[in-house]
Design a protein around this ligand. Sequence first.
Ligand code: 9WO
Length: 224
Amino acid sequence: MIFNVLTLFPEMINQAVSHSILGRGIRSGHITVNCVNIRDFAVNKHGQVDDAPYGGGAGMVMMASPVFDAYVSVMGNKETKPPVIYLSPQGRVLTQKICEEIAAQPEVILLCGHYEGVDERIIEEIVTDEISIGDYVLTGGEPAAIVLMDAVSRLVPGVLGKADSHQDESFSDGLLEYPHYTRPPEFRGRKVPEVLLSGHHGQIDAWRREQALDRTKAKRPDLL
Ligand code: 9WO
């Protein structure tokens, strides 16, 4: 899967995606992150990409033409148009289901805004989807793009190793995770539940399923 990221801070994206499972997916060739620096398409030799808002008011607005030219540069001579996702508090809130839909695409373009946002005509002209990662305001879209890429890339076939992925195939679907334990068997007087040490895989599965359900009821009943 290819993520093209239109951003004023490509180093922020490249730094974040080089780690963890996303970084492994990139190194194994299952994921490509192609950052395009919107500054490279500045309107003048001063590197200008933003301007004061028409109608007045505080702050600056990202100009349409640098964003559009960055978009055209990634489109090149592609035969099909990938979805263009603008990360914004005004979007639909990202869910696992939306992540699955994005993971089914061969390629997407993520647009990261800054300042007070991008010129509205860019949203009309190139943006196909607006996505929010939650109801709070950031200083720019980059952290949201990183969150989206992290959540989507682990759904791309081949990115998670066999050891990581079994959980997605099993009963945990739509529920919170059951509690996990590793050595030692006792920590500050707290013992690992007996069933996990029993070696009865049927009982272990049943216990985990019950724990996942109980936790979901207690902590996130809205998910049921
Ligand atoms: C800043 C601002 C300042 C004065 C008056 C109104 C204002 N609105 C904004 C604003 O929303 N700025 C955004 C910053 C513009 C688009 C990129 N930025 C952003 C993206 N902040 N938060 C997100 C975001 C993206 C996805 N999910 C959650 C938050």
